[in-house]
Ligand binder design. Structure first.
Ligand SMILES: NC(=O)c1ccc[n+]([C@@H]2O[C@H](COP(=O)([O-])OP(=O)(O)OC[C@H]3O[C@@H](n4cnc5c(N)ncnc54)[C@H](OP(=O)(O)O)[C@@H]3O)[C@@H](O)[C@H]2O)c1
Length: 282
């Protein structure tokens, strides 16, 4: 039985069960960008539980090793992993070259990574915009373009991007996230139409607030600025989510595993919130 996610602040809980739905993913492979922790690791775990072999990409070798060991012991599937820095074009190029040999084909690509820093729209730092655009857009596009011909030929492929609710509703003081994620989601929608007849689907997930290191460090920065205790800030944030708690990374993983499966062949060109009801509009 999986642990029951419960908010330490509000006490709301929801049981995340393994309902045992057959997703027909056994024997597939996936590349999970930013797969060593947080949402990426939650997705890799959900996929591995369905018999998918993940290949994890991130910067820190130790964390990758630990994640691979944990996945192997939890799921019985031993992941591949590669060190790469998405902000460094040479590192991305060398990763693509290595992957061409170690993983010539893949079925599923999870476009994910670290998020951009906080910042307002009133200040424009061209170097920062250039760096974040390079980091957040190009590696996903390059990886997809390397594997797309094989996916189209085999008439099966899944491109799933981990984005943010900021695509549907910009988040104050997080302009890089809102603007660049919208650009990537738009690229995905364009791609979805181009490959729709080839068994390849392209979708973007819009996570709300999930329990990860990134959200913890953003919350620390925000509370220091606002001068309120971290626990109080967290309680407010959770109270704003209709289900009353942050999500667990594996809950995003469940949606991802379904979208990756052949059962989701008729779902493409969409942006799907996974946010405990945070987004209210259509
Ligand atoms: N958590 C949330 O509630 C939430 C909500 C909406 C959107 N998001 C977005 O979803 C994405 C994942 O979030 P998260 O909370 O899972 O973040 P996280 O816990 O910080 O994990 C980020 C992952 O990406 C890797 N990574 C970071 N920078 C990288 C780089 N330059 N090159 C290669 N790998 C890199 C990290 O490993 P290394 O540090 O070792 O490289 C790690 O595996 C982020 O873009 C975040 O903004 C998160």
């Amino acid at each position: 039985m999986n642990p029951v996610p419960v908010s330490p602040m509000t006490g709301h809980q929801t049981e995340v069960k393994d309902f045992g739905m057959e997703l027909h993913l056994q024997g597939r492979s996936a590349i999970v960008m930013g797969g060593s922790q947080g949402l990426g690791l939650g997705i890799a775990r959900a996929l591995a539980r369905e018999g998918v072999q993940p290949c994890l990409l991130a910067r820190t070798e130790d964390t990758l090793r630990q994640a691979a060991r944990a996945l192997a012991s939890d799921t019985g599937i031993t992941p591949l992993w590669h060190v790469v820095d998405f902000s460094n074009p040479d590192s991305v190029q060398s990763c693509l070259t290595t992957l061409r040999d170690s993983l010539p084909e893949t079925d599923i690509i999870i476009g994910n990574g670290g998020g951009p820093p906080l910042g307002p729209a009133t200040i424009c730092d061209p170097a920062l915009w250039q760096k974040e655009a390079t980091t957040m857009l190009l590696p996903t596009m390059q990886l997809v373009s390397q594997y797309l011909p094989g996916m189209r030929q085999r008439q099966f492929g899944r491109v799933i991007m981990v984005s943010s609710t900021s695509v549907a509703e910009p988040i104050p003081n997080l302009v890089l996230s809102s603007a660049l994620r919208s650009a990537l989601a738009s690229w995905g929608k364009t791609l979805a139409r181009e490959v729709a007849r080839d068994g390849v689907t392209v979708n973007t997930l819009l996570p709300g607030r999930f329990e990860t290191d990134r959200i913890a460090s953003l919350n620390r920065i925000r509370t220091e600025k606002a001068g309120i205790p971290l626990e109080e800030f967290r309680r407010q944030k959770e109270d704003n989510v209709p289900v009353g708690r942050y999500g667990q990374p594996e809950e995003l993983g469940h949606m991802t595993a379904f979208l990756a499966s052949p059962l989701a062949a008729y779902i493409t060109d969409t942006c799907i919130p996974v946010d405990g009801g945070l987004l209210h509009g259509f």
